[in-house]
Design a protein around this ligand. Structure first.
Ligand SMILES: N[C@H](CCC[C@H](N)C(=O)O)C(=O)O
Length: 277
């Protein structure tokens, strides 16, 4: 099968974006892994597949696959790149786009300054909805890791699951050693994205994320949202926060429980290509 694709990134979190509307696409986990492979394929953190929606209330459906082939519920940087993709490919002329993902519906706004603003929906904090094994909902939980260390984390779902640990300095945070242990922790039955957040002030944090199904990425949109939600729940942050990720900055706003998280940031095209799968 020959596939046309566009390589894109949101702050260095990179994607192979495929128009599944004008081309017939059948993607298996092993085809996804091949596409995402940085030596034997095109190379990306996630593959995004744009499809015709089966719901009249939305303009598009888009599916998200991690580099390991797993399909996931939500992707923040991917949502911004999706919005730029469907406009650049003239699949829509709208600047406000409603899209269906596996975790629900989102509204994306492509702004005149080329930034994309995404209503990421209402975060879920109840353990059963994350999912995370805990007796009751709390702003912090203690996670016993395999190496014997104990990590205090916040647990948040942005449609996809996130654990958020506080660190003094992200540059020296044990992302490589603790990230995989958190990602695969038995208390997260669907695994989890592991964020390491340094609070710089009530409106500014630094964040690194070891992503479920990928490893550490240069940026994680849902991870930035989850980190701000957890920071606010822990009483450390205001409603509007600048999140400094290794690949760049996101603006995150959350007015509190029951309210949606709004994420604003860039989306970039890199190149168009074709690949034989
Ligand atoms: N690795 C994530 C999916 C991609 C999220 C990230 N790339 C973002 O920008 O939100 C997961 O397994 O839930």
């Amino acid at each position: 099968m020959r596939l046309r694709f566009t390589k894109m990134h949101g702050l260095g979190n990179d994607f192979v974006v495929i128009d599944g509307i004008s081309q017939k696409v059948k993607l298996s986990p092993e085809k996804i892994r091949k596409l995402a492979d940085r030596h034997f394929g095109v190379g990306c953190d996630q593959v995004l597949l744009v499809e015709v929606p089966n719901n009249p209330d939305v303009d598009f459906c888009y599916r998200i696959f991690n580099a390991d082939g797993s399909e996931v519920e939500n992707c923040g940087n991917g949502a911004r790149c999706f919005a730029r993709f469907v406009r650049d490919r003239r699949l829509t002329g709208k600047s406000e786009i409603r899209v269906q993902t596996a975790s629900g519906q989102m509204t994306l706004k492509v702004r005149s300054d080329d930034q994309v603003s995404v209503d990421m929906g209402v975060p879920k904090l109840a353990p059963a909805e994350i999912p995370f094994q805990a007796d009751a909902e709390a702003p912090e939980y203690i996670l016993e890791l395999e190496d014997g260390s104990r990590l205090s984390i916040g647990a948040v779902s942005m449609g996809n699951p996130h654990a958020v640990a506080l660190v003094d300095d992200v540059d020296t945070a044990p992302v490589a050693s603790q990230g995989p242990q958190v990602e695969a922790h038995s208390r997260f039955p669907q695994r989890v994205n592991a964020g390491f957040m340094q609070v710089c002030g009530r409106s500014e944090v630094r964040l690194r994320v070891y992503e479920r199904g990928v490893g550490e990425t240069l940026a994680c949109g849902t991870g930035a949202c989850a980190a701000v939600v957890s920071g606010i729940q822990r009483g450390l942050l205001n409603e509007q926060v600048t999140v400094h990720l290794p690949g760049g900055d996101l603006d995150i706003q959350w007015a509190g429980p029951g309210q949606p998280v709004v994420m604003t940031g860039p989306a970039a095209n890199v190149f168009h290509g074709q690949v034989k799968l």
